[in-house]
Design a binder for this molecule. Structure first.
Ligand code: SF4
Length: 716
């Protein structure tokens, strides 16, 4: 049988690597890196190279949801139901809830792994048809602090740099990112750039000495939550030494005086004490950052997943503005997207506080523009519930019907006890999902099987604003449907109740027709893609936005002209003070728990956990402690310990690790109930590290502090 090749995109991380899917007949038989994709130039990491193994017919039979299922009572085993009956049931339950309790009694919790077209129709369903802004996504757990940081300073949610900047940078400042594990193909690019240019300075700031830190010329093992103080301290030194660019500040920014006053007290001595790093190292970092001819900052969840997430992002961007390290090759703040399409979701406004094409829900003119585009009377002004708020509202009985798609909150949300209460108390829960093993499936009244990688058509956007096509190599298995199709089928039924007799708002025969509507929504906006088309993506490959009508290629980097998308065209300094952690360690809970990724696993392991070889790197869960902490507590390698926070407790083996700082503990985020069980503070069964984490969140971005919880550790 001959082998066919389909060009597509890896579904795992925000690097957005191009893949060539090999198929024989209707089976995926192999995967290779796409040599023509600019994100990876043919490379793939271990997760990417094993993608085809997750799509074998045998695994598909074992792991996938292949038909709609209904659970008649919460304890019952789900039984098959046909698609029409399933969609009718969902429509009846949602329509009744809306009629009885109002549109805000329903909520949609979706995913940065959905394609842009899926995201678009979910957003339109909630905000355009139903009239609620209760649509939020696991991107809230991923990038919402980056969004808020960009908007507060540069005026728009637009990462200004690109991957190629790694090759032009003279100084790399990597903070709150273990790119070696979370963005491996980008990290290979960094390693190569360093090899070619040994003079390039690499600074890594992170509480853990990760594999990424091994590349550093200067490692700053900062205390968890001290990032803002570090950034203010760096600026204090830059000011003192005259390393700031006064002419750039005067010409292109506002608000510097307030920031200057704020950082006056952030002396090297004070900052060294709060951050737990020598003041000489802080001085060196400030010097390298400010005086290199091009400094690029790369950052990820260490800044975002924080109760000060917006402040961390914005105060790092302050440094780039103060030193003019932006808008030129090799320079700029560059947030690394966690998920494959968290950017695409933001582009269509798929968050509770956003609207299509980077419009703001709070702006009446923006609401009117979107209402006109959609052909509806208005878009509601009341802000929707963000992820943590949505599950709290369901736990409190305020949200009564939940629709969850392509994400697994029963494992991935912080404070699992509350999430469990929410899923149990909600009167009707729809789970639209590809994998039967997702923990959230256990709480569903209705399970709708979804297509996934290798089966879907659409687009995604990676960290550098590059839009890539996702293409189907094989047909949908069983009765699985594309996510956008399910939403459209449901929406058209609901229209029969909510706007009878009117033309449908969802007239889409295919994913491309949805994308074309999205494209039109971007006209005149910062992310304008009116010059892009699917045929152009086919012919010329992935493109960066903006790409306006009449242009032949996208914009490689932003703000080279020093003009920012603000009312006066100037960037704004953020004079935001350092705030302590939401839950600092104390005598009862004396360890700082941090969480993070393993190299070879992805999220809740529904996909990667099916591949034996991906356990070769790390085979089982463990809590990592510094050897001195283990010795002090009489623990030896492999001892079982209770790790307990105010919310729950889990049992797992202890592992000595010099990567982990004193009084700190690290547990990987991926392990679910199969590997890591525990109990909530009321004795209820919980699983995974999020039994321990807190839902305390940034007041601006509403992103929860998944990166820190205070815990105690006792021998089991
Ligand atoms: Fe996939 Fe990310 Fe690995 Fe690239 S780096 S192959 S996008 S997981």
């Amino acid at each position: 049988m001959s082998t066919s090749i389909t060009r597509s995109t890896c579904p795992y991380c925000g690097v957005g690597c191009g893949v060539l899917i090999e198929t024989e007949g209707q089976q995926i038989t192999g995967v290779r890196g796409d040599p023509d994709h600019p994100a990876n130039n043919g490379r793939l990491c271990t997760k990417g190279t094993t993608l085809h193994l997750t799509a074998t017919p045998e695994l598909t039979r074992q792991t996938r949801l292949l038909q709609p299922l209904q659970r008649l009572t919460r304890q019952a085993t789900p039984t098959p139901i046909d698609w029409d009956a399933a969609l009718d049931l969902a429509t009846d339950r949602f329509a009744n809830t809306i009629a009885t309790h109002g549109p805000d009694a329903v909520g949609f919790y979706i995913s940065g792994q959905l394609l842009t077209e899926d995201y678009y129709v979910f957003n339109k369903l909630a905000k355009g048809l139903i009239g609620t802004n209760n649509v939020d996504t696991n991107s809230r757990l991923c990038m919402s602090s980056a969004v808020a940081g960009y908007k507060a300073t540069l005026g728009a949610d637009a990462p200004p740099a690109c991957y190629d900047d790694v090759n032009h940078a003279a100084c790399l400042f990597i903070v709150g990112s273990n790119a070696a594990y979370a963005h491996p193909v980008l990290f290979r690019r960094i390693e190569e750039a360093k090899k070619k240019n040994p003079g390039m300075k690499v600074i890594v700031a992170d509480p853990r000495r990760t594999d990424t830190a091994e590349l550093a010329d200067l490692f700053l093992p900062i205390q968890p939550g001290s990032d803002v103080m570090l950034f203010h301290g760096l600026l204090h030194i830059m000011l003192w030494e005259g390393w700031i660019k006064a002419d750039y500040i005067a010409a292109h920014t506002t608000g510097f005086d307030a920031l200057k006053a704020l950082v006056r007290e952030c002396t090297p001595e004070h900052v060294a004490q709060v951050c737990g790093v020598p003041k000489e190292d802080i001085y060196t970092a400030a010097q390298w950052f400010a005086t290199s001819h091009a400094t690029l900052s790369l950052y990820c969840q260490g800044l975002n997943q924080s109760s000060s997430g917006t402040a961390k992002n914005a105060t790092l961007i302050n440094l780039h503005l103060a030193t003019g390290q932006i808008g030129k090759p090799g320079a700029g703040p560059f947030s690394l997207t966690g998920q494959p399409n968290a950017m695409g979701g933001r582009e269509v406004g798929g968050l509770a506080n956003l609207l299509s094409a980077h419009r703001d829900l709070a702006n009446p003119a923006h609401r009117a523009e979107v209402a006109a585009l959609w052909g509806v009377a208005d878009v509601p002004s009341k802000p929707g519930k963000t992820a943590v708020e949505m599950f709290q509202a369901a736990a409190d009985g305020e949200i009564k019907a939940l629709w969850i798609a392509c994400t697994n909150p029963a494992q991935s949300m912080p404070d699992q006890a509350t999430v469990r209460r929410a899923l149990e108390r909600a009167e009707f829960v729809v789970v639209q999902e590809a994998y039967a093993s997702a923990a959230t499936c256990d709480f569903a009244d209705l399970l709708l099987p979804a297509t996934t990688w290798g089966e879907k058509e659409g687009t995604v956007t990676n960290s550098e604003r590059r839009i890539s096509r996702v293409r189907a190599a094989v047909p949908a298995p069983g009765e699985a449907r594309h996510d956008w199709r399910t939403v459209v089928d449901f929406a058209q039924r609901l229209e029969g109740t909510l706007r009878p007799g009117l033309p449908t708002l969802f007239p889409y025969p295919d994913a491309e027709s949805i994308w074309l509507e999205h494209r039109e929504s971007t006209r005149g906006r910062d992310l304008d893609i009116t010059g892009l088309s699917w045929p152009m993506l086919d012919a010329q490959g992935p493109q960066q936005w903006p790409l306006r009508e009449g242009e032949t290629q996208g914009q490689v980097r932003l703000y080279a002209d020093g003009i920012f998308p603000t009312a006066d065209g100037k960037a704004r300094f953020a004079a935001l003070p350092w705030q302590p952690l939401a839950e600092p360690r104390d005598s009862r809970y004396p360890f700082s728990l941090t969480t993070g990724r393993l190299r070879d696993q992805w999220h809740g392991m529904t996909r990667t956990g099916t591949i034996g070889r991906l356990f070769g790197h790390v085979a089982e869960p463990a809590v990592q402690l510094h050897p001195q902490d283990m010795e002090r507590r009489g623990l030896t390698e492999g001892d079982l310990v209770h790790v307990t926070s105010k919310r729950g407790s889990i049992v797992l083996p202890v592992q000595a690790s010099k990567e982990t700082g004193l009084s700190q503990a690290f547990i990987a985020m991926h392990w679910g109930a199969e590997y890591l069980s525990g109990r909530g503070s009321n004795g209820e069964p919980l699983a995974g590290v999020n039994a321990l984490t807190t839902s305390a969140h940034c007041p601006t971005s509403k992103q929860p502090e998944l990166k820190h919880a205070a815990v105690k550790i006792l021998k089991a």
